[in-house]
Design a protein around this ligand. Sequence first.
Ligand code: TYD
Length: 210
Amino acid sequence: MFVVFEGGDGVGKSTQINQVSRVLTQRGIAHITTREPGGTPPAEAVRRALLYEKDQPWPLWAEVFLLAAARAHHVVHVIRPALDRGDWVLCDRFTESTRAYQYQAYAENPALFDAIVHQATGGLTPDVTFVFLLEEGERLSHRPSHQDDCFESRNAHFQHQVTAHFANLARNPPADYMVLQADQPVAQITQTIVGALLTKHMGRISTPRA
Ligand code: TYD
């Protein structure tokens, strides 16, 4: 089962991935945790190149190409093999982040944008996507030594567009998306996520094949 965690910055995704992973381990469910951009050494190198290049920013479409290249590597070398082994994959961000953060590229040329994003995944789509929502301007994570990445340090208009993307999505979520209010107690969110995953898993194994 391919499970993706999405949302703005500082909404508590990483905490939840760790907590959910802990519960799955206790239940003996084989799984891996991973993240985007990143997840393989070359894709992590792309992450560093993208997130911390402040002097000479990447042109908009170059951002999309780099994210797509990193994702293609991650899918082929980590995500697909794990799914083929039968492991669950808990992934911090995937294609919905590209739609949220590279929204200007989408606005310029939606067909090209969708084609690149689709090509990068080889058609792989998450079985479940959890979208973490917070009020605009709110952040849960307090990381004193955290250096803001390029996206976190962009202007208020950019931050607003990202938050608006996830808020719009939450108003009309696609099938297999589940929206979570991120300011609930951590344990409660973990319980909701694990409950939803186990229900989905049971549904899949009890549904007879046509
Ligand atoms: P994240 O790992 O959530 O950063 P942090 O742990 O510092 O909160 O995400 C890294 C950044 O990359 C985040 O600002 C969003 C951005 N990003 C994109 O712009 N497009 C994408 O497709 C992805 C996957 C991430």
